[in-house]
Design a protein around this ligand. Sequence first.
Ligand SMILES: [Zn+2]
Length: 443
Amino acid sequence: MSHGSLPTADPYLPGHGDPAWGATHYALDLDYDLAGNRLRGDAVIDAVAREDLTRVVLDLAGMDVAKVSVDGRAPAKYAVRGTRLVVTLKQPLAGGTPFRLAVRYAGAPEPLIDEHHGDAGWEELTDGVIVAGQPHGAPTWFPCNDRPDDKASYSLSVTTDADYTVVANGELAERRRGSSRVTWRYEQVEPMATYLATVQIGRYRVQEYAGAPVPMRSAAPADAGPGFEAAFGRQPEMMAHFVERFGPYPFATYTSVVTADDLEIPLESQSLSTFGRNFCVDDWDAVRLVAHEMAHQWFGNAVTLARWQDIWLHEGFACYSEWLWSEASGGESADHWADHHHDRLGGLDEDLVLADPGPELMFDDRVYKRGALTLHALRRTVGDEAFFALLRDWVAQHVGGTVTTEEFRAFAARHTGADLEALFDAWLNETGLPELPDRPAAS
Ligand SMILES: [Zn+2]
């Protein structure tokens, strides 16, 4: 066992995650002072040793650590090294042993910069907070094992100024009011990857939607304006359509948060999505991203990549869901969008391997569009009935878990009985843009 260098769980995110242990539950008790951007936290992490451990390496960035315990006792020592918290154990833990880590910490949280992915993490808004975890921002606000294949349940308690609404993952279990501060406690019982954990704080008006398959809410500024209804108004219908296509919505609730600030891109988190005020417009480009983020609840959040190289299993599917909603809502057909984007991609560099684009290209728009085109090529090859049955069963079989591209390929071949090797090789592993297959003849 190496004691010098710190582990990396996924080559796409160097310096994050430790494969030597896994978390099963995070209980985070946070106190946040908005005016001073001061976060104080108590994290209790239930974990399991995956191998014999003499130390536990966590991800935590920019926080001062005041106290650490392992199974209620002080460790031999602990030290913050860059964006890691290294806890040296008094007694080694044998592989398979459960243990409980407690960390008390505090600091002024700020986004963490990564050479390929820019800023991510806890970020102050003009009047509030967003937490954009993808892909490397989780350590900015809680100590964690920051790797996408280590999913755990969460209990998230946030105490802050009473004038603000706090939205976090899962169901609101309790709201307790003190004199000038309020504690919000959310329970996320379904397993969640670290990067999907979030806290959103703002002066929001919370509204319930009627007629959605599960309780659906929005948390938006009171003056969001008529564009809000245009962009977000059809979400109950949208979810009903996705339920028909992908199977049951995988979480207890869904919330759309709209920040008072503009945001460049929307943000996916488990059981909620966050959009800037600039998305409150009557425009297909806003609506398609509302659909995109909602679809991530199935593809990304319930069924999560085990390795970042398989990001097309999230973004290709979410992008394809935009086309499905277009088709279902009276807009252009998926065939139209596929032809349109195939033409566009044909004019761009063909130097990207979809199943392993590299960390610098993992959020390249070509991953999204080529990923969606791969699904459309599959749909045209096997037909609508087999294609949508495949999507539903893919989710049903893997909900709460993690997946790889190889697993999807094997699952698709088994499920449809079709020989899909050449199709998947061409779309996923080669750089040249394949032709879209012809539509299957009507039978
Ligand atoms: Zn996305």
